[in-house]
Design a binder for this molecule. Structure first.
Ligand code: TNX
Length: 523
């Protein structure tokens, strides 16, 4: 029986139960949700002693212009559990009002918002639609957990009174999904986007090619996907599949509707075995290597002395740039253990500027810091050590840094040695380990001003099914999202632990397969 059918049966059973225990007019007590329940913690929270706002069958949502699509999405999110019509109108009073450019509050910036809740109504204000969307995620978390139910529930749909003023600590709040080791189809990527956007994550980095598979169609290089992405590719040969450029455009749009920007990655000059199986001219001897379905790393390299290598790189970069509305294009650069160091630097010196030629900012794993051209790039710090002098030097010369230390932020590390799925080469990462570090001062010599943000990568060597993806990502992604969004002044493990414990019910109601960490008291 499918998950949705079970959910439906549970919903029906719960309805019957509430129908039997509650007499008409008597409603369940308010949930324990308070203004301080939100993940990631908002910058400023001021509860008010007044009565909460209560969503009812006559509540109207008001919005105009660019606020309208965000309001439509909020209404759609609140209808299934409440069963209320929640019409979205241009004008009205006493409901939930979403408005742009009404605060003249420069502090909230492009992604922040101001939320004021009283018993007479809810006012959500932002300078830009992205801020309204962030505020909507907060509003959803301020409603009782039953708001996540897919069928109508009897509940007092209250929002606690007070004011929240909020904005992100970092502009870049990322998650990464590896589609190369095991392909995950667009429907699953969309579910992942839905979940990460709840936590105000605004970038999804897609690792689109690696030794075991090539997952994005490139015009003029058809064998990359027919051979490199076909059946039998991927770890254990069971992770085949690829995205057409139309699939990719659709994902970009879907993400953009949720204020998530997709960052494509093609990993070069290492991690290229799948491309070389498809196009043997990309090797130095011109001989096709055997397809690889194991999980070793560091054995493949593009031939840095051949011109075809750069035609290939430029074709890929040009097409990915054209598919990408966002500013960043990731060109990998990690673990190129089979590329001689001078060749590696020469390769990066040619390829990093290619990204700029097609209008994007180059983004790469921290090894690219060895190339002088990396000073104009974004460097993704994945080391398990806090000392990477070459990254500090590049940052001092102008590079920006995204923190993804493997022993803190890697979602593919096991929670402990007994949890199924994942690897442990960087250690095991329980929720507290993922939470308790400061991205602003993590990498020695990298000034706080050079930190663009935080990203939690999810490599997929062991992850075949989407449920396994969820299990690795949640709850740790919530911890990383808080590091990326919330001001350090709010950082507090006890507070986070309690908020997370209460949040679990929301994942359960949505059918998200998350790890019930013993560090958390799940409600
Ligand atoms: C290292 S860290 C890799 C990936 C693997 C991952 C597994 C980094 C930039 N590269 O190729 O998938 O470890 O955890």
């Amino acid at each position: 029986m499918g998950r949705t059918r079970i959910g439906l049966l549970l919903g029906v059973a719960a309805l019957l139960l509430t129908g039997m225990t509650g007499s008409a007019g008597r409603r369940p007590p308010p949930s324990g949700t308070t203004l301080s329940s939100v993940i990631p913690a908002p910058a400023e929270v001021v509860p008010a002693p007044s009565a909460p706002f209560e969503l009812t069958a006559s509540t109207v949502i008001t919005a105009t212009g660019a606020a309208r699509p965000v309001a439509d999405r909020l209404a759609a999110a609140l209808r299934p559990a409440t069963g209320f019509p929640l019409p979205v109108r241009a004008a009205g009073s006493g409901g939930i009002d979403l408005r742009l450019n009404a605060t003249a509050d420069p502090w909230i910036g492009d992604e922040g918002y101001r939320l004021e809740v009283g018993d007479a109504g809810v006012a959500l204000r932002a300078n830009r639609p992205a801020g309204l969307f962030a505020g909507v995620q907060t509003v959803r978390q301020l409603l009782p957990p039953a708001i996540e139910a897919m069928s109508v529930r009897r509940e007092r749909w209250t929002i606690p009174a007070g004011v929240i003023r909020d904005r992100p600590r970092y502009a870049y709040r990322g998650a990464m999904l590896d589609l190369a080791r095991h392909f995950h189809p667009p429907a699953d990527v969309k579910r992942f986007i839905d979940e990460i956007s709840r936590f105000k994550i605004n970038y999804l980095h897609l690792h689109l090619a690696d030794d075991q598979g090539w997952r994005i169609e490139i015009d003029g290089w058809p064998r990359l996907t027919t051979v490199g992405g076909g059946p039998g590719t991927g770890v254990r040969g069971i992770g085949g599949g690829f995205l057409t450029q139309d699939d990719y455009r659709d994902l970009v749009r879907y993400a953009a509707d949720r204020f998530v920007t997709i960052v494509p990655e093609i990993d070069m000059p290492g991690h290229v075995n799948a491309a070389q199986v498809a196009y043997p001219e990309l090797t130095c001897d011109g001989v096709a290597p055997r397809p690889r379905i194991d999980i070793r790393v560091g054995y493949s390299s593009l031939c840095t002395g051949k011109e075809v290598t750069y035609r290939f790189a430029e074709d890929v970069i040009r097409q990915l740039a054209a598919l990408t509305p966002g500013p960043y294009l990731h060109i990998g650069g990690d673990e190129a253990m089979s590329t001689a160091h001078p060749d590696y630097v020469a390769f990066e010196q040619r390829v990093l500027p290619l990204v700029a030629r097609y209008g994007k900012t180059a983004y790469g794993w921290h090894e690219i810091a060895a190339a002088p051209a990396a000073t104009g790039a974004v460097i993704q710090y994945w080391a398990v050590t806090r000392d990477r002098p070459e990254v500090a030097a590049a940052a001092a010369a102008g590079a920006k840094v995204v923190l993804s230390p493997a022993d803190r932020a890697y979602l593919d590390m096991q929670y402990d040695l007994l949890t199924p799925g994942g690897l442990h080469w960087a250690g095991t990462i329980e929720v507290r380990t993922a939470y308790d570090w400061d991205p602003g001062s993590w990498a020695r010599g990298v000034p706080a001003s050079a930190v663009l943000g935080v990203e939690a990568p999810l490599w997929s060597e062991t992850l075949r099914d989407y449920g396994e993806v969820e299990f690795q990502a949640f709850p740790r992604l919530a911890a990383i999202a808080e590091l990326a969004w919330s001001p350090w002044s709010t950082h507090d493990w006890i507070s986070f632990r309690d908020r997370l414990g209460a949040y679990g019910e929301r994942w359960t109601r949505r059918g998200v397969h998350f790890y019930r960490s013993p560090q958390i008291r799940w409600s």
